[in-house]
Structure formats: structure tokens, C-alpha cells
Design a binder for this molecule. Structure first.
Ligand code: PXL
Length: 273
């Protein structure tokens, strides 16, 4: 394609891809990822893995519809053909079949800077339903990830600890997850640990750093975890080192929680800057 001389040439910016589910009300999932990618100056794209629609008639339970594996593969084919990916984030995959498809593409494409937000269950979902997905994620996707961002529940699951009650437990769990996976770990305590601060622990095998900000409130906010991991992904896409990316992401999500959006759903929603 030719462009007239008067038209400025296209300018490339870092590309960040989220392989994630749609959460229709826009607090979490691919919607949070795209808003975060945009706010942080990357070109954000998504491959949708599933569609989640909360059900206001049934206590806002999750209605979950997976996207056909072939349709997920088609999206990824288009995306990897169109761009060099600067960083990729994995959000909610949701089923073993989806995990299989995504893991196959990742093994073929080998994207640099792969951030795994190991979404096992969403707020309000039943833990039991997710066991086969949990196992598939640990076996097939975790080994490919360079950076992993488990929340409190996921940190317990990935580390095998019985409970995580304080900062020391969180640090021990982050160390175990790093040793098992080789990935840089940002374990999120969020509002789940008692105390005045929202505490997350970064560990890359050498540096252990506790990231802390005063809690904005005691209630979880929808999309905080997605936004933190998406912000890490955007910063890595722009060339930041992992620790710097984690610090910037923590700051970004704190501001998004402060400016949160009220909702009639059970959780208020983060609002990116
Ligand atoms: O917050 C985790 C999450 C991620 N992705 C999707 C979700 C949720 C929680 O609701 O729906 C699509």
C-alpha cells in the first residue's frame, strides 16, 4: 500500500496482547486489560477466550461461555501475523480445551515477556469447578511464563502452603512459586492480609521486595488484579525491567482503585487513569 507524501508514516508503538475473557460490565478481564494498555501508551489487542456475564437475577453469579478453540486459534493467528508482540498477558482461560489451544500457540510463537495472571476462579465463583482448569494451567502454561501474578487464593494453590496470613507467608510462597516455575513472581496480598497496607511481594530469584501502599478500603474492587498484571505487561512491552514494571504497576492500580467506578454489581470497578 502506498501513502501520499503529505501523510505522515505510521509510527510503531509497543504491542501488548491480552489472551483473556470478556467481563461484560467492564471492571475485569479483557476490558480492563485494554484500558490499561491504552493508558500506559502501548497498542493493546486481545484474543477473547470466553464471555462472562454476571447474572443480576441470580445474585450476580457468573454465566460463562467459552469461545470455540478454533476461534481462539484464529484470533491468535491474525495477531501474530500482523505484529511482533512486545509482551503478552494471559488472563482467564477458563477450560482445559482453551488452555490446550493457547499453550500450543504459545509454544509455537514463543513470545518474549509472557505474563501469566493465573485466574483460577473469579470473585464469587465456586472453587470446586476449577480444579481441572487449575491443573491444566499449572502443567501447560505456567512453565512458559516469565512473570506470574497470583492473587491470595492462587498463591496458596501454586505454592502448596496451607494458609497465607501475613507478609512473611506471602514472601515464602512467592519464593516457592519462583523455585517451582522459574518465573518472576508478584504475589498479591491486596486486601486479603490484615493491616493498614495493601501488600504485594515481588521475587525474581535474587531480589525480594515488598510493595506496599495504604489500603484504599477493605473491600476487593473488580479488575484490580487484571489491571495490575496488564500494567506489568505494558511496562515490560515498553522495555522496563521486571522490578520497575512491578513498581509502576502497583502505583497504577492503586490510582485506578482510588478513582473506582460505583456499580450496582457486588463490586465497584477499577477505573484506569
Ligand atoms: O478478576 C478475574 C476475572 C478475569 N477475567 C474475567 C473475569 C474475571 C472475574 O470476574 O470475569 C473475564
Amino acid at each position: 500500500m502506498t501513502t501520499p507524501d503529505s501523510v505522515a508514516p505510521a509510527v510503531a508503538v509497543p504491542v501488548a496482547l491480552a489472551i483473556a475473557g470478556s467481563e461484560a460490565t467492564g471492571g475485569a478481564g479483557a476490558q480492563a486489560d485494554l484500558k490499561t494498555f491504552q493508558a500506559l501508551g502501548t497498542f493493546g489487542i486481545t484474543a477473547l477466550t470466553c464471555i462472562v456475564s454476571f447474572d443480576p437475577k441470580a445474585d450476580w453469579g457468573h454465566r460463562f461461555v467459552p469461545v470455540e478453540p478454533q476461534v481462539i486459534a484464529d484470533q491468535l493467528e491474525a495477531e501474530f501475523a500482523a505484529y511482533d508482540m512486545d509482551a503478552v498477558k494471559i488472563g482467564m482461560l477458563g477450560t482445559p480445551a482453551t488452555i490446550e489451544t493457547v499453550a500450543r500457540v504459545l509454544r509455537e510463537q514463543r513470545p518474549q515477556r509472557l505474563v501469566l495472571d493465573p485466574v483460577l476462579i473469579c470473585k464469587g465463583q465456586e472453587p470446586g469447578a476449577a480444579l481441572d482448569t487449575d491443573t491444566a494451567l499449572k502443567e501447560q502454561v505456567l512453565p512458559l511464563a516469565g512473570f506470574v501474578t497470583p492473587n491470595h487464593f492462587e498463591t496458596i494453590s501454586l505454592s502448596g502452603l496451607d494458609a497465607i496470613d501475613d507478609e512473611d507467608d506471602l514472601a515464602r510462597a512467592a519464593t516457592i512459586i519462583h523455585e517451582r516455575s522459574g518465573a518472576v513472581v508478584l504475589a498479591k496480598g491486596g486486601v486479603r492480609l490484615a493491616g493498614p497496607d495493601a501488600v504485594d511481594v515481588f521475587y525474581d530469584g535474587t531480589t525480594l521486595e515488598v510493595l506496599r501502599t495504604p489500603k484504599v478500603g477493605e473491600l476487593a474492587v473488580s479488575g484490580a488484579g487484571c489491571t495490575l498484571a496488564a500494567a506489568v505487561t505494558a511496562e515490560l512491552a515498553k522495555g522496563a525491567e521486571p522490578l520497575e514494571a512491578a513498581r509502576t504497576a502497583k502505583d497504577f492500580v492503586t490510582r485506578a482503585i482510588q478513582r473506582r467506578m460505583p456499580s450496582r454489581a457486588p463490586f465497584e470497578a477499577v477505573r484506569q487513569g
